[in-house]
Design a protein around this ligand. Structure first.
Ligand SMILES: [Zn+2]
Ligand SMILES: [Zn+2]
Length: 408
């Protein structure tokens, strides 16, 4: 469909650094990199909506098996216990923490199901002329929240942890679950939202548009309409995201406050023969080291302790660099911002491990495993840090860099 007609140039702005770029009409296979901030404006990956829909249908068909069938089973004290996604969430909810249960349910069930449903809505909505804008806008935010891969690693950790107490077996649902996580990753990697926007809502470039702004929601470069909104997605079009710094600070400070109880209070409570053993995040790592599970101790340490703190420190440094108009290499700062947005979701790992352990170790009097109060604080802190990264308008980094340079 994108035949090269004229070798004319398209004016667009980079949504990461606001640089004006004149690109020749490019094919979808080409990688377009911003010369200023080296972000990819087109990553050369684009699967057709039909192909994405086929993957989505497969994903949806697998979901009942993946969510309801046992992922792993153990033989403990003579009986078989199965762990599945739904059961883990039901148990967290039952033990009096519906909010933590909804965090796990959202990341492990709701978001992974929403992704294929939205893609199928695009396919059907196009035929019956629905307004596809809200669907495309939500799809842009799915990447952070579909956490099937994180859950899969958590499953491996729970299985290895359980090997100390019982023999662990692969359940029927596991193959379906692994396939689902691979499919959701493929969809997220190969879905080219910019191209879908161009295809469903093409806007012809008018010559001589004075004030060109880039829309952060749909990446359209142009001027605002009379209501000050983006011509394509109808979201407010502003120079910079309003209150970006204030919102990022608020989320970060709240996350820092929550990380205190999250690290000081017990995150898991284990009853063994009437004895109550409490573990904080840190003591959990230490006991993993004591039992010789080095690799898992390292993974849990990185995901639950290192990542949240490193993320907060990097975000604070970035915020200060913007406030102080720092002239530190902005490309490096952009890389740091992308790094924190990439690592953020892995912090959910420990919460998923606990949810799985709760289903597996549940023998009332003899042995049981429940979630401690820290889990709620930890889950909320992780979500707040993900939001903080999302709320920071990266163009501010370039503005502050511009200000720090001597006036010409
Ligand atoms: Zn750029
Ligand atoms: Zn827009």
């Amino acid at each position: 469909m994108n035949h090269i007609k004229h070798p004319d140039l398209i004016l667009q702005r980079c949504c990461h650094c606001n640089q004006k770029i004149l690109t020749p009409r490019f094919s979808l296979r080409q990688v377009i990199v911003c010369p200023r901030c080296s972000s990819q404006l087109n990553d050369g990956r684009s699967w057709s909506l039909n192909r994405l829909s086929i993957l989505s249908i497969t994903l949806l068909m697998l979901s009942p098996i993946a969510f309801f069938q046992p992922l792993i089973s153990i033989y403990l004290l003579g009986s078989q216990i199965n762990a599945n996604v739904i059961e883990g969430i039901r148990l967290i909810n039952q033990q009096g923490d519906p909010f933590t249960a909804s965090i796990v349910a959202f990341c492990a069930i709701a978001a992974p199901l929403l992704l294929p449903i939205l893609i199928l809505m695009l396919l059907i909505g196009r035929r019956i002329n629905l307004n596809l804008r809200p669907i495309l806008l939500v799809l842009a935010h799915m990447k952070e929240w579909v956490m099937l891969d994180v859950y899969l690693i958590a499953l491996g950790i729970a299985a290895i942890k359980m090997q100390d107490y019982a023999s662990v077996f692969v359940g029927h649902g596991l193959i379906a679950f692994i396939t689902m996580s691979v499919l959701s990753l493929l969809i997220l990697i190969h879905m080219n939202l910019d191209e879908l926007w161009r295809k469903f809502y093409p806007i012809e470039d008018k010559e001589g548009q004075e004030k060109t702004l880039i829309c952060t929601a749909c990446h359209y470069t142009g001027s605002a309409n009379q209501q000050g909104k983006c011509q394509r997605c109808h979201r407010p079009l502003q120079e910079r995201s309003p209150h970006s710094l204030q919102k990022t600070w608020a989320a970060l400070i709240a996350a820092m406050v929550l990380l205190l109880p999250a690290n000081l209070m017990p995150i898991s409570i284990f009853y063994l023969n009437g004895q109550r053993l409490e573990d904080t995040i840190y003591s959990g790592v230490v006991s993993l080291i004591d039992s010789g599970n080095w690799p898992i101790a390292i993974i849990v340490f990185i995901a639950s302790i290192l990542v949240p703190f490193v993320k907060i420190i990097i975000m604070i440094l970035l915020l200060f660099s913007i406030h102080l108009n720092s002239n530190t290499n902005p490309v490096l700062r952009m890389k740091l911002l992308k790094f924190v947005s990439w690592i953020g979701r892995w912090s959910m790992l420990d919460l998923f491990v606990i949810a799985l352990m709760m289903t597996l170790v549940n023998r009332d009097q003899l042995m049981s495993f429940t979630m401690g109060p820290a889990a709620l604080y930890f889950g909320t802190a992780v979500i707040l840090t993900i939001l903080a990264v999302e709320w920071l308008d990266s163009r501010l980094i370039w503005d502050s860099y511009g200000k720090s340079k001597p006036a010409k």
